[in-house]
Design a protein around this ligand. Structure first.
Ligand code: PLP
Length: 483
């Protein structure tokens, strides 16, 4: 089967590539990111059309590749950056990644200065491109010598032939969006657009895009988005700088007003809490297949709030700045989310056993399964305890015989026994208490005072739960009296 027939059989595999061009370097692919529709019903209260500009599909996985290339080319044209020179930048990471990608292609040295709250993945990516990375203390005030901008200025002065890209003051930052992001949106929308929503870090994306959109149609509403603790939303509303505070979302918000942020282009500001941003980020991945970063979730929360005020025949574009790859150890890690209190809390008075056990992995064995399988569930998937049943393990009503005896299993391993040759029932310990998932969570705590573990029996079968799980998941409960 060839050609058209094959295409008809498997359209998603044989569709022609997005672009049939060949390119000299990765830099030639920058821009041209798609607008993807938010699925109908994602938020039943929304009537307008919501289109997502997915910058995760940009080179370097981020919107910042646009400004990186533009700033480097302008510096080359003006002679500030000469062959063999050094690019220095202060960045929350993504502009650094874009600049280092350009440096790798064009043969420059790159030195990147970033606050130490940024994800490990971003630091590793910068190093992969061959950059030198200097981490500075997060949260020091802008006038402090250890503030990342001040460190970058000193580093740039100390290296002969160094050029400080300075995305916070460089007009080529908003210009890049004026020349690419804005026109791309107008073109993809056939000129019909009512609102644009984007978060502000330097403000360059919203500023440059807004300029292009408003030139096309001054009625397009521009909505800026801020995390609480950043200065922008408050300054936009009052013209005064508020006290700053901590927030966990990366790449957006600031503690000062840089030259690249423009109050006049913005028609409304929304503030979004980290908890909401991260929950929405995870929904984008699990419900839309869009593996994006925390500032994307933040932008969509704000966008949906604004969308409630829009009509059926109106259209909104929301910019999703970067890929989820760089947040695997954060937003996409349940442990990190729990530690930060980002998973929604349940009032302690109402919480059930199911609320504490909702994301525990499960596995049930039959007596004849081998111990190597049991070990894999325990060691690789963190299932503990592993129940053993008589009959079919997929039958939620199968008779419970007991659990894998972890201590005995450890002795078998220490002795070098072949676990594949041993059956699960050779390592059987008595069943611990079995708890109803609808019971108040206190029932689980009570059971675990007497036993190191318990099983929760729900409609799908058994879920193992230990004292350690209890310690971890208790952070999900809120004890405020107003809950
Ligand atoms: C992840 C992420 N989102 C959003 C932004 C905001 O972009 P801008 O600096 O153009 O305001 C940035 C900027 O660094 C970012 O890294």
């Amino acid at each position: 089967m060839i050609g058209r027939d094959l295409y008809l059989m498997k359209p998603s595999l044989t569709r022609p590539p997005r672009s049939s061009h060949t390119f000299e370097t990765i830099l030639d692919t920058i821009g041209g990111t798609p607008l993807i529709r938010l699925p109908e019903g994602f938020d039943p209260k929304v009537r307008c059309e919501v289109l997502l500009k997915v910058e995760a599909m940009n080179a370097s996985g981020c919107v910042k590749s646009r400004i990186s290339l533009r700033m480097v080319e302008a510096a080359e044209e003006s002679g500030q950056l000469q062959p063999g020179g050094t690019i220095v930048e202060s960045t929350s990471g993504n502009t650094g990644v874009g600049l280092c990608m350009a440096a790798a292609v064009k043969g420059y040295r790159a030195v990147i200065i970033m606050p130490d709250k940024m994800s490990r993945e971003k630091v590793d990516m910068l190093k992969a491109f061959g950059a030198e990375v200097i981490l500075t203390t997060t949260g020091v005030p802008p006038e402090h010598p250890d503030h990342y901008l001040n460190v970058a200025k000193r580093v740039a002065e100390s290296i002969p032939g160094a050029w400080h890209a300075d995305q916070f003051e460089n007009p080529e930052n908003p210009n890049a969006h004026y020349l690419t992001t804005g026109p791309e949106i107008v073109q993809a929308c056939d000129g019909r657009l009512d609102a644009f929503v984007g978060g502000c870090g330097t403000g360059g994306t919203v500023h440059g895009t807004a300029r292009a959109l408003k030139e096309h149609d001054p009625n397009i509403k521009i909505i800026g988005v801020d995390p609480p603790g950043s200065v922008y939303a408050h300054y936009w509303e009052t013209g005064e700088l508020p006290e700053t505070g901590p927030y966990a979302v990366e790449g957006v918000g600031d503690d000062m007003i840089p030259g690249t942020w423009k109050r006049e282009v913005i028609d409304a500001y929304e503030v979004v809490q980290d908890v909401e941003s991260f929950a929405m980020t995870r929904r984008l991945a699990s419900e839309c297949g869009l593996f994006v970063g925390g500032s994307s979730g933040m932008a969509l929360v704000a966008a949906l709030r604004h969308a409630y005020t829009m009509n059926e025949d109106e259209r909104m574009v929301v910019l999703l700045p970067d890929s989820g790859n760089r947040y695997l150890s954060k937003i996409y890690s349940n442990d990190w989310m729990k530690d930060g209190g980002f998973l929604p809390q349940v009032p302690a008075t109402q919480a059930t056993v199911a609320d504490l056990a909702r994301d525990r992995p499960r596995a049930t064995l039959r007596t004849t399964d081998d111990l190597a399988t049991a070990y894999k569930h325990i060691a690789d998937r963190d299932v503990d305890p592993v129940p053993i049943v008589a009959g079919d393990p997929d039958d939620p009503k199968a008779k419970l015989l007991g659990i894998i005896d972890n201590e005995k299993l450890a002795r078998h391993l220490a002795a070098g026994l072949d676990l594949e040759a041993l059956q699960a029932d050779s390592c059987l310990a008595p069943a611990p208490p079995v708890i109803d998932p609808a019971a108040h969570w206190g029932a689980l705590q009570e059971a675990l005072q007497e036993h190191p573990c318990a099983l929760i029996q729900d409609t799908k079968g058994y879920v193992g739960y230990t004292r350690r799980d209890l310690l971890r998941s208790l952070a999900r409960l809120s004890h405020h009296s107003d809950d």
